[in-house]
Design a binder for this molecule. Structure first.
Ligand code: GTP
Ligand code: SPV
Ligand code: MN
Length: 602
């Protein structure tokens, strides 16, 4: 397909405007074919962006190393450009749309002016969700990065059928991405073109547009993911009465063969991919994957909340992934058709990262330097990632692409909390569950720029991803709970990361998280035991299946205990957190906080 074959006037005018502004040497429309993927990938190999891996180790796979300044999402350079500042709210950077457009798109001085000189502009028509599913949404991403093309082809459904549907008038999200690094004639390219001093990840919720400049990494550049499927989709979801969330979706089957679906929101690099494809250590239980990062959920005619995974691949954290911690992610990678970014390379043409089962004596680290075992230096970047097709996952559920979605029985919220927060806690009501979501806090990880380990409130694990005022988002969640005839999922708060005073992990995590899933599964059927505490319903020590675990009674008690003094100290923190939202904070949440305080002091 070529530009001259496009029929839709809106698409044609939009595309022409961007070609005129960015002045690429060439324009290529992506059709999603393997042939085109191979062609782009081979071009990247010639340019030194991709390194072909050993086909015996990782078939049809590549490694890429980014610029040292372009290694993660940049929250400080992410903007919500709503007409009114109030609609971006206190948790987002805001700039007026006209001002942002002046900076980026001005025909004389805008950053996009001439930014694709010497490069190819790729036109990527993609679907979030199965093509032609009623829940799916379409987008077109323009990009001057071949790396982005290959990753988008793994992470989304790229297809000319999408372009044809848009041509016929189907709504689409307009996404424009440039690495912001034009080439003069004869100028040699770098292996990771970018413009780290001029990065802008911008969203225009009213016009459903995304403009991204200067970064080639992950969520900054693969615009279907956080920019569309979360920041723009939260706005669509608010307007249309559904939920777009930073959640994994898993299918849980009991030894009796009963099935429940669970969705869980944890902040970036806090265990979604791991939980989504976990191998339960509890005999007879089975976990299968629907999605590992994003869930779109709507009520059906029967009032059942149904979820789809809008993505087609996993963009997973590499370090810590091993045959021991997440064998199914390893198997998915070993099937090939993968891109590895900022990992280390072994002499036999394979990849290595920290936490992998076998440590090589030597390798080449992500900075292309020779690396030696026990050198004390990290071989892979802490936010290094694998991009792999979801269909390759050995435990992908047969219904993962069901256009109707899967029925959700329970929501989990959680984060990294070394103290205070117990292993699992059941909300007393929907409203209390929304309170728990709104007060989710976690220690920062390497998934975003900034200081690792700092505790911050990350409501619903959506702090960097909500495309509108977070106070209104809380209200939207409360409103979902008032829907007539709705079958509402139960809500739980979990913490796999609690430590003992001497610093050791109290909980083994990973496959043993199935023990918590079992309790939740049984609670949903009104079966498992719980005790009412000031913070919610906690399992008794007997109610969690600890069988076969080598854990002291003391640690078990500690994991399931309520640290009343610790919680009393959290209350003023929550008050401060809530103050940010001013009049946008729903009264119901103030009521919930007061009730918690009262229960703690009773
Ligand atoms: P994003 O893709 O950034 O949204 O992250 P994610 O939430 O999918 O995180 P992921 O599952 O990739 O986990 C990130 C890190 O947490 C890895 O290093 C894991 O090894 C570690 N991790 C995951 N689950 C557990 C657990 O149950 N216990 C402990 N201690 N660590 C875990
Ligand atoms: C996250 O940071 O939550 C991710 C990775 O899933 S990225 O796509 O880069 O946002
Ligand atoms: Mn994520």
């Amino acid at each position: 397909m070529e530009i001259k074959d496009l029929k839709n006037e809106e698409v044609k005018a939009w595309l022409k405007g961007w070609i005129d502004l960015c002045t690429p040497d060439e324009v290529v429309i992506c059709d999603g074919s393997q042939e085109q993927y191979d062609k782009v990938a081979n071009g990247l190999v010639k340019a030194g962006v991709f390194i072909k891996l050993n086909d015996d180790k990782k078939p049809n796979s590549y490694a890429a190393r980014s610029d040292v300044k372009d290694v993660a999402r940049v929250e400080s350079r992410t903007f919500i450009c709503s007409e009114k500042q109030e609609d971006a709210g206190p948790t987002n950077n805001w700039m007026a749309p006209s001002e942002m457009r002046r900076i980026l798109c001005n025909a004389e001085s805008g950053l996009y002016k001439g930014c694709m000189k010497g490069r190819t502009m790729y036109v990527i028509p993609f679907s979030m969700g199965p093509v032609s599913s009623p829940i799916s949404k379409y987008g077109i991403e323009l990009t001057d990065s071949g790396y982005v093309v290959c990753n988008m082809m793994i992470m989304t459904r790229v297809s000319l059928a999408v372009l044809e549907a848009i041509d016929k008038g189907r709504e689409f999200v307009k996404c424009v991405h440039s690495v912001g690094s034009p080439l003069e004639p004869g100028q040699a390219d770098t292996c990771w073109p970018c413009n780290p001093d001029n990065r802008y990840i911008t969203h225009f919720p009213e016009t459903r547009e995304i403009l991204s400049f200067g970064s080639g990494y992950g969520g900054n550049a693969l615009l279907g993911k956080k920019c569309f499927a979360l920041r723009i989709a939260t706005v669509q979801a608010r307007d249309e009465g559904w939920l777009a969330e930073h959640m994994l979706i898993l299918k849980l089957t009991s030894p009796e063969g009963e099935v429940k679906y669970v969705a869980a929101a944890f902040p970036s690099a806090c265990g979604k991919t791991n939980l989504a494809m976990m191998e339960p250590t509890l005999p007879g239980w089975k976990v299968e994957t629907i999605g590992d990062d994003i869930a779109w959920m709507k009520f059906d005619a029967e009032g059942q909340l149904r979820a789809i995974n809008p993505e087609a691949g996993f963009f997973g954290v590499a370090p810590g992934t091993s045959m021991k911690s997440n064998p199914n992610a390893m198997r998915t990678c070993n099937m090939g058709n993968a891109v590895f970014t900022n990992v280390a390379l072994t002499e036999d043409g394979d990849v290595y990262w920290e936490g992998m089962d076998d440590v090589p004596d030597t390798c080449v680290d992500w900075l292309r330097r020779p690396w030696k075992k026990d050198s004390g230096v990290k071989a892979a970047h802490p936010n290094s990632r694998f991009t792999v097709p979801a269909r390759q996952c050995p435990v992908i559920a047969a219904e993962w692409e069901d256009p109707q979605g899967v029925p959700i029985s329970a929501f989990l919220f959680g984060g990294r909390r070394a103290s205070v927060v117990p292993l699992v806690n059941e909300a007393l009501s929907w409203e209390h569950g929304v309170f728990l979501g709104s007060t989710t806090a976690s220690e920062k990880t390497a998934a975003a720029d900034g200081k690792v380990g700092e505790l911050r409130f990350d409501p619903f694990a959506m702090l960097p991803f909500c495309g509108y005022n977070m106070g209104d988002y809380f209200a939207h969640w409360l409103k979902i709970g008032t829907k007539k005839g709705a079958k509402l999922p139960r809500i739980y708060y979990v913490n796999w990361f609690r430590k003992a005073p001497d610093g050791h992990w109290l909980w083994p995590g990973f496959g043993d998280n199935s023990r918590v899933l079992k309790w939740i599964f049984d609670r949903c059927d009104g079966k498992a035991e719980a005790r009412e505490t000031p913070i919610g319903n906690l399992p008794t020590v007997q109610a969690i299946d600890f069988s076969g675990l080598d854990m002291s009674e003391e640690d078990k008690e500690l994991l399931l205990s309520v640290d009343a003094e610790g919680w009393k100290a959290v209350v003023p923190e929550i008050k401060k957190h809530y103050e940010k939202f001013g009049s946008k904070l729903p009264a119901e949440l103030v009521k919930q906080l007061e009730a918690l305080e009262k229960r703690l002091n009773a």
